[in-house]
Design a protein around this ligand. Structure first.
Ligand code: ADP
Ligand code: ZN
Ligand code: ZN
Length: 726
């Protein structure tokens, strides 16, 4: 066997043959350096053969097989192959999409390093009480270690001086450095609270199922203690010598989670994988997972592809979250790939949510996933908040706030409790307007408005990032009297500061948390009781525990009720459940006020009754009637070009190329996307639907082969299978 079949990082649906004398059967899955054009490229060997269709004089020899890093396993290559087939993307693209950067380059210094950890000695515990408060970093490090052992990298992240101080503390005998056990199965699991009856029942149902593939939907209300179930399941997997993969939407939004996992598995090697890591770190974590040394991988969507030789459990938390779907390049759904992976590996997967995606819920209803319910809050005194609509037909708004909301805020201030005012729109105002000529601040590059940011006097496009100075006069008619219209979080913050001069107001959105570490700092301020009123977007909605928060006021939710996007109500409901779930988590009762023109809208009624199942059934019935997913399967062909006509024309030709569709397939006419222009590209798409996933897949396979065979042109195109953006 002297021919290598090599997948390269190219948008071409084929593999490339190279000759190689040193090839052995075990080289499948190895990286290899090959000549490509007049350059060299890294590829991955996906097959070996005796003969090639390329004539022997044209066949080039491979430069070198890169045996420094272990081969990707056959199972892993099969996973990549599945994604390549399902999403209709070249195998090389799928493989390289999931490799860390260092492994995509020939000069990878990607050897696996040993990670160390520290623990506190008895002497250190004693000394901690007597440290002067001026020794801030030292105290911080010891405090962390007094709660649990901790990985070196996390301690080093606490301060630039941490390395030196750790060495000093070791010398003094206050702490000890050690190598956490490499093998799963040996680490401790720290049990914190006894599981309640519901949690026990859910756990037992999963554990009773025994080995083999099984998919569960863990449908538990906010605060029902899903995390505790994940931790117990992981402990079970580790005890059986297996690795566990935990996928979460955005690690940066839940900084506590990683710490919690480390505290509960103090001797187990846990690595995180997300886009916030430096390249070198990410490579190290990836290699530790691949070698089996890391027993727990906690990551965002890209972690679904990490090689795990001893994978025994997958958890997907907040499985409905849109961030699991990659929206560019390889457009995959990490949740769906995770389910495939669990089936392929023959293991348990748990999808957790308070508001499952309708697709997932329908599968649980039909029995494809087993449904587990947690209907109670786990903290004994905690109650679900009371949800009330504030009828805007009866109450006049003053600066965006209805009197009952102002009153409720006042009450909380008087009682020393926290409130959250939720407005999912950052900036000062969503648009700047001229009343004389109706000019509005539009983005030159997108079909979108420029948002007014008063803090730095800029107009900014939230889609392409373009910004410009705020004009003094109307650029159209010269009128000097131009106004901000509507309100965003910055304006709300200013209004509240005026209304409640005595209150400490904290705004938490993408703008105020842009600097590294500022989000974690703000969470600390909230938890430490150093803020009275929080103004926040959805980044405050997820997973946080604010025990002193008793009021959530929701402004401006109505705009999503009548959206053209059929997924909008589902998203709104999820978002409101999440944000409402921040109130009343400890002993104090919580209240949620929703300002609305439609207090009797079924969505708000379901929310007030905490009735996800009822709401889901209504939406599913509507979807079935209208012929939307999950009752049909969809894909879109998207095209982008400098001119809209070119994009539409490309799609028309593509439709012609596909030929008349078979009976089970519906091919719609090409139309501009709902936001047609983005960053100077005009975007259009063509929707394909079928009631049969199999028929749709067969159709897409044949079609995409024809599309790839077309000559390259100025129009960029891609297929998006199971799209969520239109
Ligand atoms: P969810 O993810 O379901 O919204 P969490 O896992 O964040 O909920 O748990 C909510 C709170 O309940 C946490 O503060 C957690 O410590 C607490 N908790 C979980 N299980 C128990 C239990 N069995 N007894 C008491 N408190 C619990
Ligand atoms: Zn004007
Ligand atoms: Zn723009």
């Amino acid at each position: 066997m002297s021919i290598l079949r090599v997948a390269l990082d190219l948008p071409l649906p084929r593999v490339f043959d190279y000759s190689c004398d040193e090839a052995r059967a075990g080289d499948i899955g190895m990286r290899v350096l090959v000549p490509f054009g007049n350059k060299r490229a890294v590829g991955v060997i996906v097959g070996l053969a005796d003969t090639s269709e390329i004539s022997s004089e044209k066949l080039k020899p491979a430069v070198r097989i890169l045996r420094e890093t272990p081969a990707l396993t056959r199972d892993w290559l099969e996973l990549a192959q599945f994604c390549s087939g399902y999403y209709h993307r070249p195998l090389g693209e799928v493989i390289f999409n999931s490799l860390p950067r260092a492994l995509r380059q020939p000069t990878a210094t990607a050897a696996l390093k040993q990670a160390s950890a520290y623990r506190l000695s008895a002497g250190g515990r004693e000394a901690l009480g007597q440290l002067p408060s001026s020794a801030k970093v030292k105290r911080g490090l010891l405090l962390t270690l007094s709660r649990s052992d901790c990985a070196e990298e996390l301690l080093l992240a606490q301060s630039p001086r941490a390395r030196k101080i750790l060495a000093d503390l070791c010398d003094a005998g206050w702490i000890e450095r050690y190598q956490p056990s490499a093998a799963p199965g040996t680490g401790r699991f720290v049990e914190k609270l006894p599981l309640n009856a519901e949690q026990q029942q859910a756990l037992q149902q999963i554990e009773a199922a025994g080995p083999g593939y099984a998919a569960y939907l863990l449908h538990g209300i906010t605060g029902s203690g899903k995390t505790e179930i994940y931790l117990h399941l992981i402990a079970g997997a580790l005890a059986a010598g297996k690795q566990a993969l935990v996928l979460v939407p955005e690690i940066s939004l839940t900084p506590r989670l990683e710490q919690e996992f480390r505290e509960r598995f103090p001797d187990t090697r846990l690595v995180s994988l997300h886009s916030g890591l430096a390249d070198g770190e990410r490579t190290q974590h990836w290699l530790q997972a691949q070698s089996g040394a890391a027993a727990i991988v906690l990551g965002t969507r890209l972690a679904v592809f990490v090689p795990l030789p001893k994978l025994g459990l997958i958890v997907v938390d907040e499985e409905q979250d849109a961030s699991f779907k990659q929206q560019d390049g390889l457009r995959y759904s990490a949740r769906d790939v995770a389910v495939f992976r669990a089936r392929q590996t023959g293991i348990t997967i748990v999808l957790g949510s308070a508001t499952p995606a309708l697709e997932t819920y329908a599968r649980a209803q039909s029995g494809r996933y087993r449904l587990l319910r947690l209907a109670q809050r786990a903290v004994p005194q905690a109650q679900l908040p009371l949800v009330h609509a504030v009828d805007l037909r009866r109450h006049k708004l003053e600066d965006g706030l209805a009197p009952p909301v102002v009153e409720a805020l006042q009450q909380r201030l008087a009682r020393g409790e926290q409130s959250l005012v939720f407005l999912n729109r950052r900036g000062y105002a969503p648009v700047l307007m001229c009343p004389a000529c109706d000019w509005v601040s539009g983005c030159k590059r997108c079909s979108a408005r420029m948002v007014l940011h008063l803090a730095d006097l800029q107009l900014r496009c939230h889609h392409c990032g373009a910004s410009s100075a705020v004009p003094r006069h109307c650029p159209n008619c010269g009128n000097a009297d131009i106004h901000p219209f509507g309100r965003g979080t910055q304006r709300l913050e200013a209004t509240l500061a005026e209304r409640f001069p005595q209150a400490r107001i904290l705004r938490v959105d993408r703008d105020s948390t842009r600097n590294k570490g500022s989000f974690a700092r703000m969470l600390g301020e909230i938890q430490g009781g150093r803020a009275d009123i929080l103004v926040g977007t959805q980044i405050l909605a997820k997973g946080h525990d604010f025990p002193n928060l008793t009021l959530v006021a929701v402004l401006n939710a109505d705009s999503a009720l009548f959206s053209a996007d059929y997924r909008a109500p589902e998203r709104l409901f999820t978002q409101l459940v999440q944000v409402a779930g921040r109130a009343g988590r400890a002993g104090l009762p919580g209240e949620v006020l929703i300002q609305t023109q439609y207090p009797r809208h079924p969505l708000y009624l379901a929310l007030a009754q905490h009735d996800y199942p009822g709401f889901a059934h209504t939406l599913l019935a509507e979807r079935e009637q209208a012929g939307f997913p999950p009752y049909v399967f969809e894909a879109v062909l998207r095209a982008e070009a400098a001119e809209l006509d070119a994009a539409l024309e490309f799609l028309r030709q593509a439709a012609a190329l596909a030929g008349p569709p078979p009976e089970e397939i519906t091919l719609y006419d090409p139309v501009p996307m709902s936001m047609a222009r983005l960053a100077e590209r005009e975007r259009a798409h063509l929707l394909v639907q079928s009631v049969s996933r199999k028929a749709l897949q067969a159709y897409l396979a044949a079609w995409s082969a024809k599309l790839y065979a077309q000559p390259q042109r100025a129009v960029r195109w891609h297929l998006d299978v199971d799209p969520i953006e239109f």
